[in-house]
Structure formats: C-alpha cells, structure tokens
Design a protein around this ligand. Structure first.
Ligand SMILES: [Zn+2]
Length: 479
C-alpha cells in the first residue's frame, strides 16, 4: 500500500507533460539586512598605514550588509563589511554563529571587507587595548546578525545583473618613471616601477598596468518589482580623505547611503559596494589636475558618481528573472609562503642592527620596516598558507571571491575567461593575506611585490585563477 502511494506521488499527472503545462513556480527568494558595527569605545587605532593612527570618534557609521539568496535547493550569503580587511578567524566565528542561527552552511557564505582605511581592526587578540578587544565582539556579532537578518527577510524575488563604466575615478597606481627619477627601494635597490609616485609630469612616464572601469551590479527585486537590494562592485582601492582621527566607511558607506535615492526606494532596501580587484588601483589623479578637496568631499563625489553609474547599469537590465539557479563552490588552496634567501636575511639583519639615528635617516625609506618583515618571514615556522577561494552562480551571473588585495589584471582575466556572460570578482573576500601581484608585475618590483607586503609564492595569482576557472566551469556545467 505504501509503495503504491509512493509510486502515485512520484508519477506526475499526464497533464503536466503537455506542452501547454504551466512552468513550475519560481522558487527564488532573497532577503537583505544591514547591521551597524560602529565601534562604541575610543580611542582606537585605524590600521592601514605604516604607523599608528588613533581615532577619537566617527564621521559616519560602519555596517555589515548582507544579501541572502535561496532557490529552494541552495542558500547562500554575500556580505560586505566596512573594515580594512577582516581575517579568516573573526569571519569564521561570525559564519559559525550565523550558521547556527539560520541552518545555512558555513561554506555558502562569502564575506568581503570594503578595505576602508579609516576603520578599526576587527581581529584584536588578548593583550590589545580594551576598546579593540571589545570591538572584536561587536564585529563578530554584528556580521553574524546581518546574515541572520537577511535570512529572516527571505521572500520571493527576482534578480538582474549588468555593468556600466566609471573610468574617471580609477587610476593604475604603479608607474614607470622618467630616467633618473626612481628612488631606492627599502632594500637599497632600484625597482622598475613605483607605487604612488606623485603627480608631477617631470617624474611620471607611463602606468605599468590597466584599470577595470566597470561598476558591476546584481540587482534584487521582490515579487512586486520593488527594489530589495543592490550588490555593487568596483575595482577601486578606497578614496580616503576622511576627517583626521575620525572613523569612516569611506565611499563604500556613502554609496550605500545615497543609492536608495537613485532607485527611489525605501529604508528596507540595502545597497552595498564591494571591493573588486584593486591591489594596483587607486583614486589619486596621476596626470590629471584635480582641485583640492575638503575632508570627506572626494568620498562624497566618488560615491555619487558610483551611484549614478550603478543606476545607469540598472537601466540596462531588461528583465529581472525569478527562474534562476544558484550554485556555490568553495575550495581551500594551499600556497607556499615566500622565503627570503640567506643573503637577504643577512642584509636585513645588518639594517635592523643600525641604531644610530643619523645612520637610520640615511637608509632608504621604510628600510628597517621591510628588514624586520624579511627576518619575520625567515623565522615563520609554517611553510604554507591555506586560503579559501569561492565561486558563486546566480543564473547567468557569476561571482568570484579572492582573499587578497588582488591586482586588476587578475580580475580582468577572470571576467574574460569566465564561462558566464557576466562575472563579478571580489577581493578581500573571507580574509586578507596581503597583496596578490601577477608574476608579470612581480618582475617589475614596487611596493605591492615587496616581501612582507606580499607573503605568498610569486605565481599564487595563476594558481588562484586556475582554481576559480575550474570552479566556474563546474558551476556552469552543473545540472
Ligand atoms: Zn590596501
């Protein structure tokens, strides 16, 4: 009896096989949520420079913004947090809490940091100043809560994706210089290219790489076509120029604040701007004349232009679709740590040993900083670093997550070789393990390639691209 009933249930009525049968109802659901993760206790250091930079308060709030998608089979989260670069430890804690509260799988969560340089550290350990230790908890709870909130808000939804260029706010920051203009690097040697070489036409020759002008968006609407969320991506390091000593979410936060006005929508709508592949891209107008700005003004200008561009991209979406399939892959990729040679360690030890102030001043800029990095790299007990890379499929749209300050060349390559018509590449996703120059850029030298700024093997970007292309192919071929 039981078997017969099961058979009856498994066999669809004949009518459903007919050509005029209604398509199965869409199962796509989406939810979005934002949680304030602004520190409450000060002073707090804002990491991101070579020396301490204490904040005594905030200019504008920091948030964790989450988008959760569900197609009835898979549930996944895409989260953007206002932070310089949260590490896998704190993000892992946030994911575990969110998983426990929602039933979602930990490996179906992509959490990326915006890379605002005017935010606190999220990963303070024991022995850190009290405000930093307190903030770790605020951060972990807030990030988890944003996912829980988005998950609780799941409702029938439709999505669309598009891109539109904003070329005038992205500049490749690595430059070939005019003859005789290259200063010594921290090792007392000459690089072929220099990061942030100033804006003087007497010094600048030509940039050492491209830019990616596109703002790519994933737009989410509810069943009544009301905007629910907009997840954007732009390959711009950050803007900077927040008021001194004040925390700020930089243009990422300002974009999220103004974007609702572009879509004439309400408070429940959540916009978020993720960092693309911006390891060698910034907002300094090399070779372009820009008037001086008051604090926060350039952040506001870039955010407005980015929101306008996201709106132009939004207009290109012909139809938001509910009949999309979701998929997500996560791989752990093991990379070799870069090790200095015996000669490099000997040189570094000699530089660190210099104590005479006048002699230190004669050293190349940051010589002792990088000498200490070289020694630390030689003493590191681990030989390898295992990192998470992720690929997501949302219908015809793909997303890649890379836990490094990824070079723009890598993002452009993935977009070009992806089997999907539109691909978004998010840097600083699920961790921040330094810079990820391409092997070609390693040859040219410069800040991002120096040992300490970069910590993994020089072909790491190639290994990561190979893995991501395999993962995208798996998602494209999945039945
Ligand atoms: Zn950076």
């Amino acid at each position: 009896m039981k078997t017969l009933l099961a058979l009856l249930l498994m066999t669809p009525p004949a009518a459903l096989h007919a050509a005029d049968a209604p398509k199965p109802a869409s199962t796509l659901r989406a939810g979005a949520g934002a949680v304030d993760i602004t520190p409450k206790e000060f002073p707090m250091n804002m990491p991101g420079g070579h020396s301490a930079n204490m904040a005594s308060g905030v200019n504008d709030p920091l948030h964790s913004r989450a988008l959760v998608l569900d197609d009835g089979q898979s549930t996944l989260a895409m989260v953007v947090v206002d932070n310089l670069g949260a590490g896998p430890d704190v993000l892992g804690e946030a994911k575990a809490i969110a998983a426990a509260r929602t039933g979602m799988a930990i490996d179906k969560m992509l959490i990326s940091s915006t890379h605002t340089h005017s935010g606190p550290s999220a990963g303070a350990g024991e022995g850190s100043p009290a405000p930093a230790v307190a903030y770790r908890k605020v951060f972990v709870e807030g990030v988890a809560e944003s996912i829980v909130k988005a998950h609780a808000a799941l409702r029938p939804a439709a999505i669309g994706a598009a891109a539109h260029p904003l070329p005038d706010e992205v500049f490749n920051r690595r430059w070939y210089l005019k003859p005789g203009k290259m200063p010594l690097n921290p090792y007392g040697k000459l690089d072929t290219v220099k990061m942030n070489p100033g804006t003087s036409p007497d010094v600048l020759d030509r940039p050492a790489g491209p830019t990616d002008p596109d703002i790519t968006i994933l737009s989410v609407q509810d069943a009544k076509r009301k905007p629910l969320a907009l997840f954007a991506n732009y390959s711009l390091h950050y803007v900077g120029g927040a008021p001194a000593g004040r925390m700020s979410a930089d243009y990422f936060g300002e974009f999220a604040r103004v974007m609702p006005s572009r879509l004439r929508t309400e408070e429940s709508f959540v916009a978020m701007m993720s960092n693309g592949t911006s390891g060698d891209i910034n907002n300094i107008p090399f070779g372009v004349i820009r008037p001086p700005r008051e604090p926060f003004e350039q952040i506001r200008i870039v955010a407005q232009k980015a929101a306008d561009t996201a709106w132009l991209a939004h207009r290109k979406i012909e139809k938001h679709r509910a009949d999309v399939r979701l998929g997500m892959r996560q791989r752990e990729v093991t990379l070799k740590y870069r090790k200095p040679t015996a000669e490099q360690v000997a040189d570094a030890s000699a530089v660190v040993a210099i104590k005479d102030k006048a002699a230190i001043e004669k050293l190349p800029r940051l010589a002792q900083n990088y000498a200490r990095s070289t020694i630390a790299a030689s003493e590191r007990p681990e030989e390898t670093l295992t990192v998470k890379v992720q690929a997501i499929r949302i219908g015809d749209f793909a997303v890649c997550g890379i836990p490094f300050e990824t070079f723009v060349e890598t993002g452009l390559e993935l977009k070009k070789r992806s089997p999907f018509p539109q691909t978004m590449v998010i840097g600083l996703a699920n961790g921040r393990h330094g810079y990820l120059p391409t092997p070609e850029q390693h040859v040219l030298g410069g800040y991002e390639t120096w040992l300490g700024t970069n910590v993994v093997q020089e072909d790491a970007s190639v290994i990561i691209v190979t893995n991501l292309l395999e993962m995208l192919a798996e998602l494209a071929n999945a039945k």
